[in-house]
Design a protein around this ligand. Sequence first.
Ligand code: MCA
Ligand code: AMP
Length: 486
Amino acid sequence: MSSLFPALTDGPADRPALRFGERSLTYRELAAAAGAVAGGLKEVRRVAVWATPTMETAVAVTAALLAGQAVVPLNPKSGAKELGHILSDSAPDLVLATPGEQLPAPLAALPRLDVDPSAGAAAPGSLPDDRARDPEDPALIVYTSGTTGPPKGAVIPRRAIAHTLDALADAWQWTSEDVLVHGLPLFHVHGLVLGTLGPLRRGGSVRHLGRFTTEGVARELNDGATMLFGVPTMYHRVAEALPAAPDLAAALAGARLLVSGSAALPVHDHERIGAATGRRVVERYGMTETLMNTSVRADGEARPGTVGVPLPGVELRLVDEDGSPVTSYDGETVGEIQVRGPNLFTEYLNRPDATAHAFTPDGWFRTGDMAVRDADGYVRIVGRKATDLIKSGGYKIGAGEIENALLEHPGVREAAVTGEPDDDLGERIVAWVVPADPLSPPALDELADHVAGRLAPHKRPRVLHHLEALPRNDMGKIMKRALARG
Ligand code: MCA
Ligand code: AMP
């Protein structure tokens, strides 16, 4: 296999690679910094990265991948329970972090290696040659929520990263000339694989906003950036800001490509952005386990409400409830999306049961997403098989993990969690709680803090209903649809 990042050794060394705020690195500087970090990674098999949205994270991940280690990116806002689970499940040999950054207790037991992006210049390291690495070697272990239980670690091989990024280059005409801007978190596939490793594999550059703001987007697109990646919540905020922000409208109008993914971008937001800027937003569809499956192509028609066509090398089919493939391209017949191809993960770490369940016997991955196909093959996602998965702000969140966390609060006797439509977040998390003491039921803030502290802030409930009892069927199962209907 070729190197994951050929531009680090073969491209113009003075070209900008990474920029975070005021700090930037050229390819030469990145090679030196990554070489210095990689020097500290000998005899190591798997590393955790405290994945703050910083230069240190980008350098750490690049170094570890070149050195052939598997990277476990950690959400720096992880609560104690979630962090404990990820660390005991993935058992990293050490943690890479920014110098001076205080790490929480569960990480104290691990050896730590500080990442200094400027160290390379002072003490040049030698960049490891990753060309001889087995393409099937694990590159990333990314934790992703299921309907029940704690998140599972999706093992993503080097082959899948290379494949998905090259397929996107084909679909988007993505080249070394492109300058990407985004404010995505670096502990998920969207911000890390597409948003950071993507530009580096192309030999182009990324400017990370640190945190997403529409002002930051406008500034960078008006100052040479060519592409914007975001989740629908970010595009919704762009759409909201546009009427009062002519500089933002000009910025989007001048961009080469605007890409949305991680959840459905409502047609209303597509239309508002289109009307204010004359530009279309391109949607692509992916998943932690599959990386990218489909996209509207840069030279194709951006049809709001669709996620385009399968990427090169990706086989995609719809399957009905009996497991038979849906053959009609009529825009109406719904089936579950199943995919096969070099973009897929290898397994869920330590979970052979879940891995086996996720695939059909002939190797198709069951996405759980429901879709139809238009006559020309465009895929339209119409829903999800599991009601217990919530997408909020582009984050996938399992109802079960929040219910378990709520049940650990002394004020909660019973709990159920649902998602309800939200203009900004797509869905917001709603908690339905039977209080232990009906005379002093726990307040929303208290339960939100409890969940944020144990799991992560984006998993906290935003709405709370107190109930005397949860509606259950004859089997004792909570009837969530009845809850949501109120
Ligand atoms: C709020 N905060 C709290 C609490 N409440 N902290 C502790 N305890 C609390 N009770 C803090 C938060 O940590 C955060 O801190 C701030 O308050 C605001 O939090 P929040 O309200 O959650 O933020 P938001 O404004 O709603 O965030 C919107 C967002 C975010 C920026 C769009 O949802 C986001 O970054 N989404 C991206 C998700 C993503 O990348 N998904 C890709 C998954 P502070 O102010 O310090 O931040 S990969 C995937 O899906 C596949 C592969 C694909 O197709 O891409
Ligand atoms: P994650 O588990 O966080 O990787 O989320 C993957 C899920 O996000 C998919 O299974 C889809 O449900 C959803 N998703 C990603 N991109 C899109 C999109 N463009 N439109 C609709 N849903 C999407």
